[in-house]
Design a protein around this ligand. Structure first.
Ligand SMILES: [Zn+2]
Length: 86
C-alpha cells in the first residue's frame, strides 16, 4: 500500500477544509449573506451569496482537485518506479 500517497492526500484535504469559508453572518441579519446559516432578513437581497464565499470556495475546490490529480499522478509513477527498483 502506498502510505506516502495516502498521507499527502490527507494533508491536502485538511488544507482544503481550512481554506473553505462560511458565509458572512452579522448580529443584525439584515446585513448577513442570504446563504449564511441564520439567513438574511433583507428579502430584497434574494437567495444568492453576496459575500463572495461561493466564488472563493469554488476556487478552493478547483485548486484542490487540480493539485490532487497532479500529486496522484506523480506519486503513482514514483511508487511504480520504486517497486521496479526493489
Ligand atoms: Zn455568501
Amino acid at each position: 500500500m502506498n502510505t506516502e500517497k495516502q498521507n499527502i492526500l490527507i494533508y491536502l484535504e485538511q488544507l482544503k477544509y481550512l481554506a473553505i469559508r462560511s458565509h458572512y453572518s452579522c448580529e443584525d441579519t439584515f446585513y448577513s449573506c442570504p446563504k449564511s446559516s441564520e439567513g438574511c432578513c433583507n428579502e430584497s437581497k434574494g437567495n444568492e451569496c453576496d459575500c463572495g464565499v461561493d466564488d472563493h470556495n469554488k476556487e478552493v475546490e478547483k485548486t484542490y482537485e487540480g493539485i490532487k490529480q497532479l500529486l496522484e499522478n506523480i506519486l503513482d509513477k514514483n511508487y511504480k518506479i520504486r517497486k521496479i527498483i526493489k
